[in-house]
Design a protein around this ligand. Sequence first.
Ligand code: SF4
Length: 396
Amino acid sequence: MKFTFPPSAKPDTIAINDWMSWTWQLRHSLKSLEDFSQSFELTEDEVRGFAGADQVFQIRSTPYYSSLASRTNAVDPLRRILMPSGRELTPGAQAMLDPLGEKRNNPAPRIIHRYPDRLLFLVTDTCSVYCRYCTRKHFTGGDQAFVRSAEYDQALSYIKSKTGLREVILSGGDPLTLSDAILDRVLSDLRSIEHVEIIRIGTRMPVVCPMRITEDLARMIRKHKPVYLMTHFNHPRELTREAAAGLECLVDHGIPVFNQLVLLNGVNNHPAIIQALSRRLLFLRVKPYYMFQCDPSEGTDHLRTSIDESLEIQRELWGRLSGLAMPSLSVDIPDGGGKAGLVPNFEVEKSPGRRAFVGWDGVRAEYIDPAKSERLLPFDAETYSREWDELKNAKL
Ligand code: SF4
């Protein structure tokens, strides 16, 4: 089957040139109760959300992304992502403002350094849509569209000083809310650091404002290769004609694109939805990469799925999606414990030398397990072992 991607629902009153301008989209963002009530029939719960949720987390959506959500149906999946709810006012069972413990791994301004070989560089506070499940509510939506120059210099000096680093992940906020010129400067500064091999850009702009992806932007990013773009589609309906064109533009310029989704109650917690999303992404040459448990950030209990439910979804996808199309289920251990992979268990019996499995469609078989051997050194292991030691011994 070949997929087609429907265009977004541009209102007739808006000129196409305005609609397709990312700066117009940002300038005309919906922020207040009044803005949203012009596009949506708001429920009592949503009005309650406007009255209090902005104390915890800002409210904002591009006109483009709002046009994808239902005007009348309050349980519409995309509406649940962008619309505040009165349920956000209940902090929740775990109620963490900083679920990933990022404040404890913050050795320099704007730097989250948790693993020896990679770190996050938070280059902006701003997003064009404030997703109601955001994990970084303690930071996102602040007042710096671009990091202040003193903090930028300190962050860069920190990256230079850590020679064990291999990857820098630009995040925020959403780095693609920055202009091409500023991004170009950030990427050039990072590329001038000898030990930085890989740069990643974490962004939801291809989802919520795909007009941001222009030929000029893609050419500029390509200049700094290898740069990987990590995007964040949660639902197949987010893959419009505009979003598909943006993704194709990036890939056509040789920029690898990966997708990380978050499993969300009432949005995408069904195997058919994840399958449809993954197949369409793969068709657009985007690798479905991670499927995350929703972090227990404050006011998100109504959006979180249980780990058992997430495992069931992944189990049902097994065998029905190719390895290329399959995202890996993972949970971020609260308080900065890092990622833990969650894999459905297919093993039904284990005895010395034998392991028994039942596959996705019920086939049972045994695997005769060889005894654990002494590790034989491949003849060229020494060539690579210095690199291995360097990474193994790299310090935070
Ligand atoms: S785009 Fe990312 S950082 Fe911004 S609000 Fe959404 S989840 Fe949070």
